[in-house]
Design a binder for this molecule. Sequence first.
Ligand code: P6P
Length: 300
Amino acid sequence: MQNFSEYLRSKEVSDDLMSVLETLEESVKQISCSIIGGHCCKNAGSVNSSGEEQIALDLQSDEIITNEISKNSYIGLIASEEKPGEERVGRGEFAVCYDPLDGSSLVDVNLAVGSIFGIYKAESFIGVRGDDQLASMIAVYGPRTTILLTVKSGVVEFSLNKDGEFELVRDDLKVESGKMFAPGNLRACAFREDYKKLLAFWCENQYTLRYSGGMVPDVNQIILKGKGVFSYPAYEETPEGKLRLLFECAPMALLMEEAGGKASDGRVRILEKEVSYVHERTPVFLGSKEEVERCDEYLG
Ligand code: P6P
């Protein structure tokens, strides 16, 4: 079984990008420990730049990543969902954006959560597009701690083994078609007939519901099972949707497209959308081609 570094070497990833990814791998190991350690589910008494209450684990996860990144001179720019804006951290040419612990409130009820990372070479995140990512990865903290990674040559899964090493467990993951749906923001149905009709289609066609409230495990499931669709539309109360373009949707969209799926905002590819503000939100539909095209047809 290849470990994380052996896989990167086998894909002829440049030494500097490999070093950046290994830094993020180390962060994931430490976050996994802090979650299993049962630390800090308590509220931190603060809110992030998106106005969401932070639990201490959000801040601790953010601190772990920031600390590991500070040791890597290849990384010069960071942006975190838990920080107000992008931060210059050195002269390195790599820029790393991350949601340190997406869905952190689910930790309290013992559901799976995750970290999301996008890796660029950029002087600023303003103006980048998801297509500019050199790599993206998500970590899932569930019964196992796993990583889905793409260095833009397909999608692979690593699992943290008993020796504390990530080993390759699945390679060349593909999303084809199948009747599974993860419909977010159902409250929008009270205002959007089109979303109601799309949900009726999925129900009338006996799709299997798989929605946990954590974007990372929900999208991870679609990629591992190779089928389905995750939807999170906008509506009048949240006209741009809820999920962040830079920190959540673009890294996930790269994984989904590298697995042969699609990712749109109902009109355009997520990966084509230019970031105008680091905390910018977007409606998002991710999954098998035909399902995302159905979302575009019903909601676009
Ligand atoms: P809702 C978690 O808070 C999150 O950011 C995503 O992980 C998840 O998909 C979404 O919000 C859930 O939102 O409106 O269903 O609580």
